[in-house]
Design a binder for this molecule. Structure first.
Ligand code: SF4
Ligand code: SF4
Length: 194
């Protein structure tokens, strides 16, 4: 009998805690940024927010989805080299001449045949954004990037087709071959005159 009473009172206690939380959690969460002093004081009696109709403000210094402004990229590969998890994959092709300038006036001499970032691997350390000499790789405020397939988290920033890449490689190789031939011809001519 004692055991029955004990079990009954324990169940009552548990239920009173459950109902206590149920009835106290009628308060709506205020939309406050994490930097607000009251941000962590909202846990008691608070429902979740109605995402995605409501969103919490994100900190200005937050690190989220990466973006690359390719017009300003000089394809120097520094971001890929510094990345601790190798999630940036760049293939460059040397151009036969200067191909333009970035917005800070840096001359562009390389094409990006490939510029992929695998955000599934990215650990949001921000190192790539720090080393970039033209500040063209940046952390945006986009954090909701739900996808169905994992490979959809690999973002491709180069718009160069494989055919264009083959053509540009050929152009550079041809230029190198012509330069080499001209150099050899000049050496031969010098030898003939001596
Ligand atoms: S934020 Fe860090 S992990 Fe992500 S791509 Fe840049 S360097 Fe790599
Ligand atoms: S460091 Fe900047 S300029 Fe260099 S390849 Fe990366 S994004 Fe382009």
């Amino acid at each position: 009998m004692n055991k029955t009473i004990k079990g009954f009172t324990t169940a009552l206690k548990g239920l009173s805690i459950t109902f206590g939380h149920l009835f106290s959690s009628h308060k709506k969460r205020e939309i406050l940024p994490a930097s607000d002093n009251n941000y962590f004081k909202q846990l008691e009696g608070t429902n979740t927010i109605q995402y995605p109709h409501q969103k919490l403000p994100i900190p200005e210094v937050g690190r989220y989805q990466l973006d690359v402004e390719m017009d300003d990229c000089i394809v120097c590969d520094l971001c890929a080299k510094v990345c601790p998890v190798n999630c940036i994959d760049i293939e460059s092709i040397k151009a036969t001449e200067a191909i333009g300038q970035t917005s800070d006036g840096t001359t562009k001499r390389l094409y990006a045949a490939k510029f992929d970032i695998d955000m599934a691997k990215c650990m949001y350390c921000g190192l790539c954004t720090i080393v970039c000499p033209t500040e063209c790789i940046v952390m945006t405020n986009q954090y909701d990037k739900s996808v169905v397939e994992l490979n959809q988290l690999t973002y491709q920033f180069s718009d160069m087709t494989p055919e264009m890449a083959i053509e540009k490689r050929k152009e550079f190789e041809q230029q190198q071959a012509e330069r080499q031939a001209a150099k050899l011809a000049a050496m031969q001519k010098k030898e003939d005159t001596e």
